[in-house]
Design a protein around this ligand. Structure first.
Ligand code: G3P
Length: 220
């Protein structure tokens, strides 16, 4: 299962890249709005720390012709750039054209199995299903994501499922359980993955036992 960071905070990305767990990054206009620096600087900084990871950057243009041009521009920034394009009907011909031109596409804002089928048939690299926003709308987001994963596996499509709009550790565990191809995590959810109160308590107990024990050194 690939793990991406869902943030445009390049300092955090640099810090967390040392975990060895980060396969990529996903960036959208809302995440860029939080940062105070020019988007191109942010992308270049991320490319410096993750030169081989998959950097998914979303288009900001609305008009299909401009979306196409911006997508080409994004793809030309580096070999590991993936262009995020909303899966709205008006962009499907653009997505089809980009795929024909070998430009990697992450189709975002996916909420239904039928949308995912269309995108898989076009051959997009990633289908980003927004589980948190489905739950916001009283739909079982993980079930939708699981259905999409099953569809991709059943028909042997090349596209991969990317679980997005992840809000908590339960969304991550649910995604692991049905075998999601990839997931993108906000920094706070990523940081919580390795947390367990039992690990902390166990560490404290080992420390006390060692310090209260008869040995001064471990290997001498
Ligand atoms: O990956 C998509 C994500 O950034 C949207 O998350 O929490 O705004 O639904 P959220």
């Amino acid at each position: 299962m690939k793990i991406f960071l869902d943030t445009a905070d390049y300092k955090k990305i640099a810090e967390l890249s040392s975990t060895g767990l980060i396969d990529g990054v996903t960036i959208n206009p809302s995440l860029l709005k939080i940062e105070q620096e020019p988007p191109i600087k942010i992308v270049r900084e991320i490319l410096k720390v993750l030169p081989d990871a998959e950097i998914n950057l979303q288009v900001t243009e609305q008009d299909p012709k401009k979306v196409y041009e911006q997508a080409k521009h994004i793809a030309n920034l580096a070999d590991n750039m993936i262009v995020k394009i909303p899966c709205d009907k008006m962009y499907l011909p653009i997505i089809a054209r980009l795929i024909q031109e070998d430009i990697p596409v992450n189709a975002t804002l996916v909420f239904t199995l039928n949308q995912a089928l269309e995108l898989a048939k076009l051959g997009v690299n990633y289908i980003s299903v927004f589980v948190g926003r489905l739950y916001d709308n009283n739909v079982d987001g993980l079930s939708v994501a699981e259905s999409i994963q099953n569809m991709l596996d059943t028909y042997d499509f090349d596209s991969e499922l990317l679980v997005a709009s992840v809000r908590n550790a339960e969304h991550v565990e649910g995604s692991i359980l049905f075998g999601a191809d990839a997931i993108t995590l906000p920094v706070e959810v990523f940081n919580a993955l390795s947390e367990s109160p039992l690990t902390r308590a166990g560490l404290e107990r080992f420390k006390q036992d060692w310090e209260g024990g008869p040995h001064a050194q471990l290997l001498e």
